[in-house]
Design a protein around this ligand. Sequence first.
Ligand code: HEM
Ligand code: HEM
Length: 187
Amino acid sequence: MPLWNCRDGYGSVTKTLHWVVVALFAAQYASALTMTRMGDGVRAAGLSRDDLYNWHKTLGLVALAVAIGRLAARHVGELPEWAPSLSPAERHFVHRAEQVLYAAMLIMPVSGFVYVMAGDYGVAFAGVVELANPIGRSETLAAVARVVHIGAAIVLAAALAGHVGLVLRHTLVRRDGLVWRMLPARR
Ligand code: HEM
Ligand code: HEM
């Protein structure tokens, strides 16, 4: 398998980063939905609410770095040809959904970061390094960033449902092996 994308398929860098982002986003949704609904003194999987907030912020910033790497990798080599089994309408949908997914990969962590910095909650990266606040305190900015963060999470979830739904429908119902375009061994 080539390192970079080429006309024949995605390279190993794109494939690896695709699944790293999937794992990070799964952790982000799981931690967010747990930490915002936990009572005081409750623990989930051995972690306190503060621990979960910390890991949510830390992994979110890691996800930002991975998303930037992924966008950069997209400009190396050539983008693969469309899967022949996709209809023109599906190609249009895939293209739009991928634009939303890329935008969300950047908007989610940036809005989260702006929210916690403008709200003066801070980020203790991996629980060890207290990051400097480059934004300063602003209640208005924090409120706007929070609405953007939660709103973008809903839009992202809808785009993901469409993205995964299309891949699964092709792979399991039409049996054209679409998912293999993003897996290590191409069929
Ligand atoms: C990169 C991907 C990220 C995803 C997918 C994500 C996802 C989410 C979701 C779904 C929620 C809403 C939970 C709810 O109200 O039901 C949330 C809340 C939150 N996120 Fe993120 N997040 C990300 C990155 C970040 C980052 C980088 C930070 C901070 C540095 C952050 C800080 C927060 C905070 C503080 C909340 C709680 C907001 C509240 O008070 O309700 N997030 N996140
Ligand atoms: C956080 C979750 C996900 C995000 C952000 C995401 C994002 C993307 C993006 C942006 C692409 C376009 C390729 C590129 O330019 O890098 C893509 C392609 C692809 N994704 Fe995902 N994806 C996610 C989850 C999934 C899941 C769970 C599956 C499997 C069911 C999947 C299967 C695929 C496949 C097979 C392709 C190649 C489609 C083609 O070119 O025909 N993705 N994904």
